[in-house]
Write a protein that binds this ligand. Structure first.
Ligand code: B12
Length: 486
């Protein structure tokens, strides 16, 4: 069967990480590898680059089109893309999947989409392709939400979670033509690598543990070593919680060293309390890259703030984790959450914390109830109908305590205290000194776009444009259900 895999343009990357990170569609690469081994002809297109979806449809002539939807902010774009596909190829079966589609499928229940994938795709998509090819009933394919004459219905869930070793390596060649366009911060090109999936913690704002039931799955050491060894020099590790299993992480570090893997740059995401109890592990990993950055969910500057987010960790751990990582020469990036219900003192507490511990490399996002979380279900009555593209963690979804103008003044001031402010501590010249001459135009463009985050009016304009003018609720929970969810 001819199958086309599409990564849509997310549409809204005006704020936040968008300008800094553009990484390969790794989920589609794993699905592509699974489909190939079942004998299908697979084409993948990353629509953040040219050509358009219509051109890819003409080239690939697919019977099945798979669209990925990682983030809630992409829902509208995914629906638009499905419409475009329907027009260009009315006979093709259109399937959407990926984190946001699985965690909260309701916004994708439109006539132009035939089915939604409610779990990982490596097993489900080949089963669907086989059913379509052989004309078998689609209701027997597990893990789907199907559009039927009687509305949207769920097929039985997968009997057990997909084992990550089912597909040992992603089919990176499917999108390698865009490699030079994949970048993170100053590093370009970049490879996205996954060693494990899931997180056992229960932070209220995160939709990952709620989708995977706090489970953690690991790839085999052999597969990860092969992937690291064959990927390029700059690696972004997609794992939700790196170093989670100390014994396996230590074994992996040793195996990578034995294979002679040494990278220019590695970025991983983890927690400060885990760092506090993993000094040996961290020391074992540090020699694997010249520059090794850690992205930490710092979230709040007070214990009360952290407890409110069910972080299950305190500020003492944040401070000690950062100290320990720095002592081992790791670079620290992180993120703090800004609650719309804050008053002025809360902002000042955060500024003071950032200054005291030198956390100017951290970013700041607006606390946003992400679809698929209990937090979202709880907050939905306060959120009126507005575009999903506003769920980028840089928009206000309800009126903040200090009023929208004051909130954005304080928010923009928070960003002005970061290293991204080229009129602040780190000037444009300082940035340019860090890159090769050939990278200067690229980094100048990224920084220029980022200065918007320091301007209250830029946020306010967006807020006024999509200010909720109706009290119509955002979602109808009668339809937003995934397997077993309310
Ligand atoms: C890498 C990543 C990014 C990358 C972009 C990735 C890309 N390709 O463009 C960057 C760093 C840019 C990014 C940015 C953001 N991200 Co992000 N990101 C991730 C992360 C860590 C890993 C995704 C990944 O590649 N995993 C590895 C692959 C192998 O797994 P996978 O994608 O899940 O794919 C599997 C299944 O989902 C499924 N599948 C995937 N696609 C498809 C398609 C079809 C058709 C089917 C059938 C199945 C299927 O099968 C795959 C194989 O098993 C996830 C965490 C997560 N666990 O999902 C967060 C995550 C998706 N991001 C999140 C968020 C919030 C953001 C930001 C808003 C954060 C911010 N502070 O600004 C921004 C938004 C940027 C923007 N404006 O577009 C949230 C989304 C929550 C939500 N409900 O919306 C997540 C879940 C993190 C979290 N803990 O909450 N992100």
């Amino acid at each position: 069967m001819n199958i086309l895999l599409l990564r849509p343009h997310p549409g809204n990357d005006r704020f936040g990480l968008g300008p800094f990170f553009r990484v390969e569609p790794l989920g589609l690469e794993y699905i592509g590898a699974a489909l190939r081994s079942a004998g299908h002809a697979v084409t993948a297109a990353d629509l953040r680059f040219r050509p358009s979806a219509a051109t890819w449809i003409r080239r690939a002539r697919p019977q099945l089109v798979c669209i990925s939807c990682l983030h809630a902010l992409e829902y509208e774009r995914v629906v638009e893309l499905a419409r475009e596909i329907r027009r260009a190829s009315p006979e093709a079966f259109v399937l959407a999947g990926g984190h946001a589609a699985a965690a909260f499928p309701a916004p994708l229940e439109v006539p132009e989409i035939d089915a939604l994938c409610l779990d990982d795709g490596e097993e489900i998509v080949p089963l669907l392709a086989a059913a379509l090819e052989k004309g078998r009933p689609l209701g027997d394919v597990p893990g789907l939400r199907l559009r039927t004459g009687d509305g949207w219905v769920n097929t039985p869930a997968l009997e057990r979670q997909t084992c990550l070793d089912l597909v040992p390596l992603p089919a990176r060649d499917l999108v390698d033509r865009h490699r030079s366009g994949y970048h993170c911060l100053l590093f370009k090109p970049v490879w996205l690598v996954e060693t494990a999936r899931g997180c056992p913690h229960r932070c209220s704002f995160c939709s990952v543990w709620q989708l995977y039931g706090r489970s953690c799955r690991e790839r085999s050491i052999a597969a990860v070593v092969e992937d690291f060894a064959t990927a390029g020099d700059s690696i972004f590790v997609a794992d939700d919680l790196f170093w989670h299993n100390p014994a396996r992480s230590l074994e992996l570090a040793e195996a990578l060293k034995k294979r002679g893997v040494f990278k220019r740059w590695i970025l991983v995401q983890t927690r400060t309390d885990l760092i506090c109890r993993s000094a040996d592990l961290m020391a074992a990993w540090r020699p694997l890259a010249k520059d090794f950055d850690i992205f930490l969910g710092l979230e709040a500057a007070t214990d009360k703030g952290l407890a409110g987010l069910t972080k299950d960790s305190g500020v003492a751990e944040s401070v000690e984790g950062v100290r320990l990582a720095r002592e081992l020469r790791y670079g620290i990036n992180g993120n703090f959450l800004i609650d719309p219900d804050w008053d002025e003192d809360d902002f000042r507490d955060l500024w003071e914390f950032v200054a005291r511990y030198g956390l100017q490399r951290a970013g700041f996002t607006v606390l946003t109830p992400l679809p698929g979380t209990d937090f979202f279900r709880e907050m939905a009555p306060r959120i009126a109908r507005q575009p999903w593209s506003n769920f980028d963690m840089h928009h206000l979804l309800w009126e903040p305590r200090v009023g929208a103008r004051r909130f954005f003044e304080l928010y923009a001031e928070t960003w002005r205290r970061s290293i991204l402010n080229t009129s602040g501590e780190k000037s444009l010249v300082d940035w340019m000194k860090q890159v090769r001459p050939s990278q200067i135009p690229y980094i100048a463009r990224v920084l220029w776009r980022t200065q918007r985050m320091m301007k209250p009016d830029a946020y306010l304009r967006e807020y006024e444009k999509s200010r909720p003018r109706t009290t119509e609720p955002l979602v109808d929970f009668g339809t937003g259900a995934r397997h077993g969810a309310a």
